[in-house]
Design a binder for this molecule. Structure first.
Ligand SMILES: Cc1cc2nc3c(=O)[nH]c(=O)nc-3n(C[C@H](O)[C@H](O)[C@H](O)COP(=O)(O)O)c2cc1C
Length: 427
C-alpha cells in the first residue's frame, strides 16, 4: 500500500522531530523523509555533520525542513550559542538518518564533539537510528557491539535492508526506505514512553513486554555418535538470537536456551547452553512454568543414535550403519505441562509449507507458527535472511516477503504482543 503522509496529519501536526544527518551515501534519501514528515504536518529541525554536507546540501535541507540547518557547535550568531540545548528540549523525537558507523561509535562511547552529538547528549526523549553502510562495516564486530550498546539504553535501531549497495556489492547495510522510517516514527510517537533513552530506561525494563518473561530457544542440537563425532543440522541460531535481542529491546526479561553456535551471547539476556535435544527439552520444561511467552526457534535433531561409544570409534572399525531413534518432540511435551505461556513454534518445510505448518500448529497446540521454506535461497536455517508465513491459531495467515532475520524477529514479536493483548500491533 502506498503511504500517504497526509493521512497522518491530525496525529503529526505540531510534533517536533529533530533529524541528525551524517556522512553516508544514503544521505540523499533523508530529504525524502523530511518531505514526508513535513507533508504530514510535523515540524522538523535538521542537524548535519560536516561529512553529511558532502552528500547533500544546506539548501536542500533548509528548503524542505523550512528551518535553518544546524551544523556548528560554535556558530558566529551569538544568539545561537545554546541551540544544542534548545533543540534538545524542543524535540519529541530524535532521528539519525542515515547513521554512519562513525556516529554509532561516537554515540555509544558518549562522545559529544559536534552539534549533532552534543544535542543528542542533552536530549532525553525517544531516539531512533537508521544505520546505513557497506556490509563489512555493518557486520564489523565493533559496529555490532556499539549498536548493542545503543539498543541496551533504549535507542531504536531501524534495521537496514539487504540488496545492492552503492559500492556494487550485495548484502545487508542499505538504509531502510524513508517510508519504513516514517512508519517507525508513527509507532514511536504513539508510545514514546516505551522508547526512552534516559538512565531509567537502562536500568528499568520498559516497553510492551516490560514485566514479561520470554523464553527463546535457538541454534542446532548435537546428537553424539562417539566422544568426538555427532549428528547435527545447519541451524546458525541467528533467528533465535535476533528474537532474544528484540524481545529484550521491547522490555522483556529474556532467557535464551542455545545450542552450539558461533554467535556472541546477547548482552542482557540470560543464556543457557545445551547440546542435545534431550537437554533442550529439560531446560524448556524447567523454565516454561515461569514464562509468559515461549518461542521455539531452535532446530532439534529429529533423530539420535541408539548406541553411543565412550571411546572414539576407530577408522578401521567404522560401523556400516548408524542405528537411529527419534528424539523427544519438545513442543508436544510442552503441551502436556501445566503452563500459561503463549507458544510460538517454527516449521521448516521443504514442501507443502502452509499445509504442513497448519497441521503442526494444531497437533502441538501452538498459538502461532512461523512456517519457513527449507532449501530456498535466502531463507532457512543458515541464511541471514528468511521468508516466512505466520499462521495464527485462529487460522489468520500473514505471508511475509524475504527479509533480514532481525526484521522478521521484530514482526514476529509485534504479532505476539498484539495476540497477547499487550500493545497495538503496528506491522
Ligand atoms: C563516498 C563515500 C561514501 C561513504 N558512505 C558511508 C556510508 O554509507 N556509511 C558510513 O558509515 N560511512 C560512509 N562513509 C564514511 C564516512 O563519511 C566517514 O566515516 C565520516 O567520518 C563520517 O562522519 P560523520 O559520522 O560525522 O558524518 C563514506 C565515505 C565516502 C567518501
Amino acid at each position: 500500500m502506498t503511504l500517504n503522509p497526509e493521512d497522518h496529519k491530525e496525529f503529526l501536526t505540531g510534533k517536533h522531530i529533530a533529524i541528525g544527518i551524517t556522512g553516508g551515501i544514503a544521505a540523499y534519501k533523508t530529504p525524502l523523509l523530511i518531505r514526508l514528515l513535513r507533508r504530514a504536518g510535523a515540524d522538523v529541525r535538521v542537524i548535519a555533520t560536516e561529512s553529511a554536507l558532502k552528500f547533500t546540501t544546506r539548501w536542500t535541507l533548509e528548503t524542505l525542513s523550512e528551518n535553518p540547518l544546524e551544523t556548528e557547535m560554535f556558530p558566529e550568531d551569538s544568539q545561537a550559542e545554546t541551540r544544542h540545548i534548545s533543540t534538545a528540549t524542543w524535540a519529541d523525537l530524535f532521528l539519525i538518518v542515515p547513521a554512519t558507523a562513525n556516529i554509532i561509535g561516537k554515540i555509544a562511547s558518549g562522545i559529544s564533539d559536534d552539534a549533532l552529538t552534543t544535542t543528542l547528549c542533552a536530549y532525553t526523549g525517544p531516539v531512533a537510528l537508521a544505520p546505513a553502510m557497506n556490509t563489512n562495516m555493518y557486520e564489523n564486530p565493533i559496529t555490532k557491539k556499539n549498536l548493542g550498546t545503543l539498543r541496551e539504553v533504549g535507542y531504536r535501531i531501524i534495521d537496514p535492508d539487504s540488496g545492492e549497495m552503492a559500492c556494487h556489492t550485495f548484502g545487508v547495510g542499505r538504509m531502510a526506505e524513508p517510508e519504513r522510517i516514517f512508519e517507525e516514527v508513527l509507532e514511536i510517537l504513539r508510545a514514546p514512553e516505551t522508547h526512552r533513552n534516559d538512565s531509567a530506561a537502562a536500568t528499568t525494563l520498559v516497553g510492551p513486554l516490560a514485566g514479561k518473561k520470554v523464553l527463546v530457544t535457538a541454534g542446532p542440537c548435537r546428537e553424539p555418535i562417539d566422544s568426538v563425532r555427532f549428528i547435527s543440522n545447519r541451524s546458525s541460531g541467528k533467528m533465535g538470537y535476533a528474537l532474544a535481542e528484540q524481545a529484550l529491546a521491547l522490555g522483556a526479561e529474556v532467557t535464551l536456551i542455545s545450542g552450539p553456535t558461533a554467535l556472541e551471547k546477547p548482552a542482557g539476556v540470560k543464556t543457557i547452553r545445551i547440546e542435545t535435544t534431550q537437554e533442550l527439552l529439560e531446560k524448556v520444561i524447567e523454565n516454561i512454568a515461569t514464562s509468559n511467552i515461549l518461542i521455539m526457534a531452535a532446530a532439534p535433531a529429529d533423530f539420535t543414535t541408539l548406541e553411543y561409544s565412550e571411546q572414539k570409534i576407530k577408522k578401521g572399525s567404522s560401523p556400516k550403519s548408524l542405528n537411529l531413534k527419534p528424539t523427544p518432540d519438545i513442543l508436544k511435551e510442552v503441551s502436556k505441562v501445566d503452563h500459561s505461556a503463549f507458544v510460538v513454534g517454527f516449521a521448516l518445510e521443504s514442501e507443502n509449507l502452509v499445509e504442513n505448518a497448519r497441521r503442526k500448529l494444531r497437533d502441538k497446540k501452538l498459538d502461532m507458527i512461523v512456517a519457513n521454506p527449507a532449501g530456498e535461497s535466502g531463507a532457512g536455517p543458515d541464511s541471514p535472511t528468511n521468508r516466512a508465513v505466520l499462521i495464527e491459531k485462529s487460522g489468520e495467515t500473514t505471508e511475509l516477503s524475504r527479509m533480514e532475520k532481525t526484521r522478521l524477529a521484530q514482526i514476529i514479536l509485534e504479532k505476539t504482543i498484539a495476540l497477547c493483548g499487550l500493545g497495538a500491533q503496528t506491522t
